[in-house]
Design a protein around this ligand. Structure first.
Ligand code: ADP
Ligand code: ZN
Length: 751
């Protein structure tokens, strides 16, 4: 007799290991084997959850057996697997980890060990399986016809109720009759009632009902944009758009109507927004407009709630998904429209694990799905605008606000030569005036970044790297100011090299004391603060906003949080205190970030019926990021910024990747990074790749959570060449297990 050929399968395992693994599928599980299901497999001395990718060719060598198949239905489709493979390839990340990240958290089973006492009293380690998320069920009770049992008292009442209404969940019965578990048990024992288990969803938004609203009659620019979107939808091919429009120009209305069009054609829609903009108001707008199922994915969901939303989507019970970054992986099928609102937001980039950018991947997913992708923003990324100018994105413009609101009057205050005063006199005067007039004031503090930087007290000149044009970062250990892109460094000069007279100081002061200072300056004002500390915990955010809304606060001091997503109708004065802090981050995007930020903050003034004023206090009143922001001139800013990017060779004129090496012992990461740089240089020469290799250098955040960090920055003119270098490097490079290496393709934050 011949032995049958074994059934070999390919499995991806969510561990930081390259490649996939082969196992034997035992005969009794073989009929259930389908790609997309999870399997329990032996791995080393453990048992772990893996993902079935498909069948594989029999190969030589001993293979271990699959222990179990964990799902009845596949968790992902072949098309989704293609998408995951693309992500794994692009971000150079193991496929198993990509799949794990894309699926709801907490569903995998892994083995753990527990210390137990053996019969002879010696301690032993016992393996057990942990994890795996449960589906929540509830019991539904129904009466049994013609039952002979005779319950009494409360039991009889319950039975009569059940006969009256047919069936009822245990939870409902409990609400009506109080604790009635014993009576129900008795009814079942008497054969008077029976129950079934029914699956329920943990519904975070509960049954809130919304009044229906109708589409608005579009204005001219909205209608023009909508026509083109509709046209693209009807073609049914991948069509990427940039929708450029100031806040209040009616972008959301265009999204809504485009989505409506897609639904009519039997397709679904995915809407990505930054976490901070994912408010009940926004969700309400969608729920009022659409009758179909809407799933909402945000960071406030428990793992269980998220899992339930995910299952609803998987089963086709929701045709619209609204969510932050990770909603990109929602298992929607037949996607017709993908919206990325506020596409310029850095928060679309995942900063650990698989370092994907949801804004970029929205385009990739849209391509796979032949969908319309709309990137919306008031301040598009320079790279997006450049793509639109070159025809790679179709450009849609909404130049005006729907309701004629006057643009706020904006004044720049020159803080040079003021010896680092927190508040310049005109700002203090304006705060007084506004307080007297009963208006509210918003003070925006730019607390981004840790960085301290060198600046001239008298002319405001900031010391930058002559090669890379980013600010220099002070390294205490070296006692020098270092460029963290190329390692150029200097000792702080005594006088300004620019004006030759001002003293150089280290700026980047703490801002915690600002609230105190405001209170001292304006003792009568009611002052409140909104930042990460004061909004900790559930509802903290809403509480501060409520104070502002009901007028119990005169002056609100806030960080990045107040810049986005909120309407403050009572605010008539906005003060920007430290525009410079983000301008001088050691990052080539610092001008772009500052322009976006200041534009956003300015948009907070005068959104009610009173016109607003904005005062921007800065050491760099001539910097183009500020002058164009204040003049509401996006195109002007774009022209300067794109010229700078081209000059120095930054995106969109180059593609970047950063490699970070970290270790607890200082020397190890450094040694590894130096070996890496040598290998990269060798590959570059052998393959003749046009990629610049910068570093290794100490990372700007030189030590994080006890680990020393080194960075190498790669800059390639051609994306394909950069990826070739990275792939060769990945296969050829090995480092000690004490060193951690992370590869970040298209890094956003390079700290
Ligand atoms: P954005 O998303 O660009 O900030 P919205 O779509 O939220 O703009 O529109 C701003 C406000 O104007 C909303 O209150 C919206 O209901 C209203 N609006 C939008 N389009 C129209 C329109 N065509 N006619 C009347 N009101 C509109
Ligand atoms: Zn440099």
């Amino acid at each position: 007799m011949q032995t049958p050929t074994p059934h070999i399968v390919e499995v991806a395992i969510p561990l930081p290991l390259e490649g996939s693994f082969h196992y034997v599928m035992p005969a009794h599980l073989s009929p259930l084997s389908l790609p997309g299901k999870r399997v329990l497999v032996p791995f080393g001395r453990r048992k772990v959850t893996g993902y079935l990718l498909g069948d594989a060719e029999p190969a030589a060598g001993e293979l271990r057996e699959i222990l179990d198949i964990l799902d009845e239905e596949p968790l992902f489709t072949p098309a989704e697997l293609e998408f995951y493979r693309w992500i794994a390839g692009y971000y150079l990340h193991p496929l198993g980890e990509v799949i794990k990240m894309a699926l709801p958290a907490g569903i995998n089973v892994v083995s753990r060990y527990r210390c137990e006492t053996a019969e002879d009293g010696t301690p032993v380690l016992r393996e057990f399986l942990a994890g795996g998320k449960r589906v929540r069920t509830e019991r539904i009770f129904a009466p049994v016809d013609g039952a002979e049992g005779r319950p009494r008292g409360k039991g009889l009442e319950i039975l009569e109720y059940l006969r009256e209404i047919g069936e009822c969940s245990a939870a409902e019965l409990r609400k009506r009759f109080g604790n009635c578990a014993p009576q129900l048990q008795r009814l079942v024992a008497l054969d008077c009632a029976r129950f079934t288990e029914r699956e329920v969803y943990r519904d975070p938004f509960r049954a809130q009902s919304y009044e229906h609203d109708a589409p608005l009659a579009l204005n001219q620019s909205q209608a023009a944009a909508f026509e083109r979107l509709k046209e693209a939808l009807s073609c049914g091919v991948f069509s990427p758009f940039l929708l450029h429009g100031v806040t209040g120009s009616g972008k959301t209305e265009v999204y809504l109507q485009t989505i409506s069009e897609a639904l009519r054609a039997g397709r679904s829609a995915l809407v990505l927004v930054p976490e901070i903009a994912l408010t009940p108001q926004l969700v309400g707008r969608f729920k009022r407009r659409f009758d179909c199922g809407i799933a909402v994915l945000h960071s406030g969901l428990s793992d269980g709630e998220r899992y339930d939303e995910w299952r609803r989507i998987r089963r086709g019970e929701a045709s619209i998904v609204i969510g932050a970054r990770s909603a990109l992986f929602a298992p929607l099928e037949r996607v017709g429209v993908i919206v990325v609102d506020e596409e310029h937001e850095g928060s679309y980039k995942q900063s650990e694990g698989v370092r994907y950018n949801a804004r970029d991947l929205a385009l990739v997913r849209g391509k796979f799905a032949q969908a319309v992708v709309i990137l919306g923003s008031a301040t598009p990324l320079v790279t997006s605008y450049h793509a639109a100018m070159n025809g790679r994105l179709q450009y849609l413009h909404l130049p005006e606000r729907v309701r004629e609101l006057p643009m706020p009057e904006t004044v720049m205050l020159d803080a040079r030569g003021q010896k680092g005063e927190t508040f310049l006199k005109p700002l203090v005067d304006a705060m007084w005036e506004n307080l007297d007039a009963g208006g509210q004031t918003l003070l925006f503090l730019n607390r981004r970044g840790f960085a301290t930087y060198l600046v001239c007290e008298s002319c405001g000149h900031v010391l930058r790297c002559p090669n890379c044009a980013v600010t220099l970062t002070y390294h205490r250990i070296k006692g020098r100011h270092v460029c963290h892109y190329c390692d150029y460094s200097i000792v702080a000069p005594a006088v300004c090299p620019h004006c030759k007279e001002g003293a150089i100081t280290l700026l980047g002061r703490g801002t915690e004391r600002v609230e105190e200072q405001v209170q001292q300056l304006l003792p009568e004002a009611r002052v409140s603060r909104m930042d990460r500390d004061t909004t900790k915990g559930k509802g903290g955010h809403a509480r501060v906003l409520k104070e502002l809304e009901d007028g119990s606060v005169d002056i609100l001091i806030g960080t990045q949080m107040i810049a986005k997503g909120h309407d403050f109708p009572g605010v008539t004065l906005v003060g920007v205190l430290s525009a410079d802090a983000s301008l001088n981050l050691p990052d080539f995007r610092s001008a772009e970030r500052t322009f976006q930020l200041v534009t956003q903050v300015m948009g907070r003034a005068g959104r009610g019926d009173k016109p607003g004023r904005v005062l921007v206090q800065t050491l760099a009143p001539e910097h183009y990021a500020l002058t164009y922001a204040v003049a509401h001139d996006y195109e002007g800013f774009y022209r300067e910024e794109i010229a700078f990017r081209e000059d120095v060779g930054y995106p969109p004129f180059a593609h970047l990747a950063s490699l970070t090496f970290s270790s607890v012992a200082a020397g190890q990461g450094e040694a590894s990074s130096e070996e890496a740089a040598l290998l990269l240089g060798k590959i570059k020469r052998e393959c003749r790749l046009r990629v610049e290799i910068l570093g290794p250098v100490t990372a700007p955040l030189g030590k994080v959570r006890g680990r020393f960090r080194w960075q190498i920055l790669l800059k390639g003119r051609e994306r394909a060449e950069l990826h070739r270098l990275l792939r060769h490097f990945r296969t050829g490079f090995s480092h000690p297990s004490t060193v951690r290496l992370t590869v970040d393709v298209d890094p956003v934050e390079m700290l």
